[in-house]
Design a protein around this ligand. Structure first.
Ligand SMILES: C[S@@+](CC[C@H](N)C(=O)[O-])C[C@H]1O[C@@H](n2cnc3c(N)ncnc32)[C@H](O)[C@@H]1O
Length: 224
């Protein structure tokens, strides 16, 4: 549970820790390694419509906008304080990058806006199993028929060392209930259940446990 009993977990679980979020992620997760790998995997193109689910303070969406300024990018997140930080990091003249406050749903997006790529980083480990399912099903339903999903998150924690690091860091902060299913390797299973074909493309060891990268497509359309 969170400070405010809100229906979601804020970036570092407690609202008062949000100002420290970017620094904590940089220092504790080998951020440049996994984010760079994720960005390479996403490979943003000028005609992409990219939706970043749980964009938080906007780091990923902003990096993609710098690489592909013509791509239409939307970051969505329920946390107003995180979005305020995202806005503060962006030049106000940029029109191809927008941040919306809310949960993932068709109604939250501009009319007829079908993403070619749906992306998400470090969100699913902080949500209940029911919400993980809802998010993955919504991603499947909202995606353009030839679109791709790219996710980076704490996945299966292989071996005693990764499990211990994860337990002593992420689980101390975020609790066990939402995080343990990830550590037990549930994400690919839930993605398949949502009608996706999934490929775990990379696993990166960090001081807080291993972070896995996934590429998923609607079943039968696995990207090359
Ligand atoms: C650990 S932060 C990750 C932020 C960002 N994606 C990153 O890579 O730095 C998790 C974010 O997920 C958001 N979040 C929590 N529950 C969510 C939900 N059900 N749907 C969408 N976003 C959610 C939180 O507000 C928070 O900003």
């Amino acid at each position: 549970m969170t400070d405010s009993k809100s229906p979601y977990t804020p970036p570092l679980r407690h609202n008062w820790l949000t100002p420290a979020y970017d620094t904590a992620i940089r220092v504790l997760t080998r951020e440049s390694a996994w984010r760079t790998a994720l960005i390479q995997q996403i490979n943003p193109l000028p005609d992409d419509r990219i939706l970043d689910v749980g964009c938080g303070t906007g780091t990923l969406a902003i990096a993609l906008n710098r690489l592909a300024p013509e791509a239409d990018i939307i970051g969505i997140d329920p946390d107003a304080a995180a979005l305020e930080r995202a806005h503060a990091k962006v030049d106000s003249g940029i029109r191809s990058l927008r941040f919306l406050e809310g949960f993932l749903s068709e109604a939250a997006l501009p009319l007829n806006w079908k993403p070619t790529k749906i992306i998400s980083s470090l969100v699913l480990h902080q949500t209940s199993k029911t919400t993980k399912r809802q998010i993955l099903h919504a991603m499947h339903d909202l995606l353009d028929e030839k679109g791709e999903i790219h996710i980076a998150d704490y996945g299966f924690q292989k071996g005693l060392v990764m499990r211990a690091l994860f337990r002593l860091t992420v689980q101390m902060l975020d609790g066990v209930a939402d995080t343990q299913p990830n550590a037990d390797g549930i994400l690919p299973e839930l993605m398949r259940e949502a009608g996706l074909t999934v490929d775990e493309t990379r696993t990166l060891v960090t001081p807080t446990g291993s972070i896995s990268l996934y590429r998923a497509t609607p079943r039968g359309l696995l990207a090359p």
